[in-house]
Design a binder for this molecule. Structure first.
Ligand code: HEC
Ligand code: HEC
Ligand code: HEC
Ligand code: HEC
Ligand code: HEC
Length: 499
């Protein structure tokens, strides 16, 4: 009696665990093999998508996969690095699939396709992606007025640039910037030596066609070769090719590349040492972050699907997909202020004693893949604490004070700077990275998941305390000199009564 019960149990268990194998073994459901082959033989690790719901099969060392026969009649797509995505209809005659191989050569004479205008422009078919991209800094990286106000010697109207100017003060460094800010500019083009001379598609900075001609990264040291020089491109001499993350993309010029889901892709431009200064360190901060340990790449936060686009080319040959799997090209989902607010936790305590009043502030960066702030070296946060009595403002009795080079109007107030100031040796003002003499950069930014605490003591007359955290993309003095609008982003501001 016991044996049949046990075998029934095993039978059911096997059926639940391995329905496919088991059905084939025991019930004799037929499977058949297809092989993915290249000019040099089997392609291992190719991705085969069959129908919409079966998931993705990966080919073995012989280029083969085993397909249950009931899938006959479904559409299939085969994606492999270095090949165009191939489509077909599974029939019982399907045995070998031969994807078309890419030339593997990068033709530097290729003319970039315009993102927004003219023949075959990307926006014509990928309109919602184009709108997202246009909102991102990527579309303005070679023309934004603040970048040019730092880079150039003169304004468009011929007036001299006030304040910091790379072209005036360190012209030897001018050719370095295009590698990331105008990566499509090719050898021999005037735009390399002087980015203000970029023309045509290069005016769109980091544009669609550039990013989607990337098929990998070179085996070079990240941070020391920049942007264009770190990325491996494959521009066609004839025809077209677009690399991307979709394994069953429908156009015959599409090619899958895994690099699109990896932080390494972004590292090309978001890590950079220039003139001996570690100006951009976002990628290396990410490498040390808890987010990286959890396997969250840059794209997981910055290109997070917003659920609004299910078809990348509606009416133009695109197919409907799960909108929660389609990336957004906006890069700062919800905007900088929201992102800062969601990633900085804060707590303030005001304690009135018999002799004095203590204000304690605690900040912690969460849900972020790097320090806060990150990116351009001049980005900083100012934590500003103001104590008021009936008679007016009170100066702190002890605790950190805001130095004058952060902001004249806050000089001496209770507060701290969270940033990487490149201070002049006399410690009176900050310098641009291209003029910094070198030495250790003091870095006081927030590290992910690491709490920071400060406290200040004021006289016991304190009635209320105002605590604010402000994000500033550039040093105040330069903003004033260059007559830019106020660029402050208020992360939080709160008023606490002391009682
Ligand atoms: C900075 C480089 C960059 C630029 C510029 C860029 N893309 Fe992408 N694109 C990517 C990356 C990276 C992904 C993959 C993101 C993911 O899947 O997480 C992607 C994904 C895609 C996809 C696949 C569908 C999706 O959204 O997941 C399409 C189609 C696409 N991009 C088209 C475009 C078009 C059109 C433009 C210009 C309007 C553009 N891209 C600009 C890097 C870029
Ligand atoms: C070819 C160089 C290049 C590549 C590749 C690149 N970036 Fe950028 N990125 C830039 C530059 C340059 C800027 C600054 C643009 C400006 O404001 O002038 C920028 C700006 C940004 C910003 C700031 C927000 C904004 O809209 O300005 C974010 C976030 C960002 N990139 C994320 C990414 C991520 C994530 C990837 C990888 C999927 C990536 N970038 C790939 C060069 C690049
Ligand atoms: C005539 C219409 C059309 C134009 C123009 C066009 N595309 Fe596409 N593109 C498509 C279609 C259709 C797909 C496949 C969509 C699908 O599978 O749902 C596609 C797919 C893609 C993919 C996905 C590849 C993959 O494997 O992940 C990328 C990336 C892409 N296009 C980039 C571009 C860029 C960049 C431009 C401009 C230089 C451009 N496309 C111009 C129609 C177009
Ligand atoms: C876990 C989510 C997460 C990951 C992963 C992540 N970021 Fe961010 N990123 C954020 C948040 C939140 C902000 C806004 C707060 C701040 O400025 O640091 C931000 C801001 C930025 C900015 C804007 C900086 C500025 O002030 O101009 C850039 C550029 C950027 N990230 C690039 C990257 C790159 C490149 C990677 C991968 C190496 C990456 N991020 C990984 C969440 C993330
Ligand atoms: C390794 C790639 C790389 C190189 C090389 C590079 N940059 Fe950048 N640059 C970036 C990235 C990425 C950002 C955006 C970071 C962020 O959003 O904080 C940026 C942002 C900036 C900004 C801020 C723009 C704004 O509107 O907020 C300025 C100014 C700037 N860069 C100047 C320069 C100058 C001048 C050079 C040449 C000496 C240069 N960069 C070279 C990658 C690069």
């Amino acid at each position: 009696m016991r044996i049949p019960v046990l075998s029934l149990l095993i039978f059911t268990l096997l059926f639940i665990l391995f329905p496919m194998h088991f059905a084939r073994m025991v019930l004799g459901v037929a499977c058949f093999r297809i092989f993915v082959l290249g000019p040099q033989g089997p392609i291992e690790g190719a991705f085969v998508t069959i129908g919409k719901k079966t998931g993705v099969f990966v080919t073995d060392g012989m280029g083969g996969i085993r397909v249950p026969s009931h899938l006959i009649g479904s559409e299939y797509s085969v994606a492999a690095e270095g090949y165009f995505i191939t489509h077909g209809l599974l029939s019982n005659k399907t045995q070998n699939v031969f994807p078309r191989k890419l030339s593997g050569v990068d033709f530097s004479d290729y003319a970039w396709v315009h993102p927004l205008e003219g023949s075959q422009n990307c926006s014509e078919c990928h309109q919602s992606i184009a709108l997202e991209w246009k909102q991102s800094g990527h579309s303005r990286s070679s023309t934004s007025h603040r970048f040019l106000d730092m880079y150039s010697e003169r304004k468009n109207n011929g007036n001299l640039i006030q304040g910091w100017s790379l072209s005036r003060d360190f012209p030897e460094g001018k050719a370095v910037c295009a590698a990331c800010h105008a990566p499509g500019v090719g050898a021999g083009n005037d735009g390399i030596e002087d980015i203000t001379k970029v023309t045509g598609v290069d005016k769109f900075g980091i544009h669609c066609d550039f990013c989607h001609k990337v098929n990998g990264v070179k085996n070079l040291e990240v941070g020391l070769s920049h942007g264009r020089d770190f990325l491996s491109l494959s521009r066609p001499d004839k025809g077209q090719v677009f690399f991307g993350p979709i394994k069953d993309a429908m156009r015959d010029d599409n090619s899958f590349s895994k690099i699109f889901k990896q932080s390494n892709y972004c590292a090309s431009c978001h890590e950079g040492t220039m003139f001996g200064v570690h100006v951009y360190s976002t990628f290396s901060e990410w490498q040390k972050s808890p987010a990286a340990a959890k396997g969250m790449e840059c794209q997981a936060c910055h290109m997070k699907p917003d659920g609004l686009m299910g078809n990348v080319a509606p009416g133009k040959g695109g197919i409907d997909r799960n909108p929660m799997e389609m990336a957004s090209h906006q890069m700062m989902p919800g905007g900088l202020q929201k992102m800062l607010q969601n990633s900085i936790q804060h707590e303030t305590k005001v304690i009135k004693g018999t002799n004095d009043c203590t204000v304690g502030v605690q900040l912690k960066a969460v849900n972020v893949g790097h320090k806060i702030p990150t990116g351009y070296i001049d980005r900083h946060l100012i934590l500003h604490v103001k104590a008021m009595s009936n008679e007016g403002e009170l100066k702190p009795l002890d605790g950190d004070r805001i130095p004058s080079w952060v902001d004249q109007s806050m000089h001496g107030d209770a507060g701290v700077l969270l940033g990487r100031p490149l201070l002049h040796p006399d410690k009176q003002f900050t310098q641009p990275f291209w003029q910094w003499g070198g030495g250790v950069v003091v870095d006081s930014r927030l590290e992910p998941e690491n709490e920071k605490k400060w406290s200040w003591r004021f006289s016991k007359k304190v009635e209320k305390v105002k605590v604010s955290l402000i994000y500033r993309p550039f040093w105040k003095e330069q903003q004033l000199t260059k007559k830019w609008n106020d660029l402050d982003v208020v992360v939080f501001e709160k008023i606490i009564r002391a009682d």
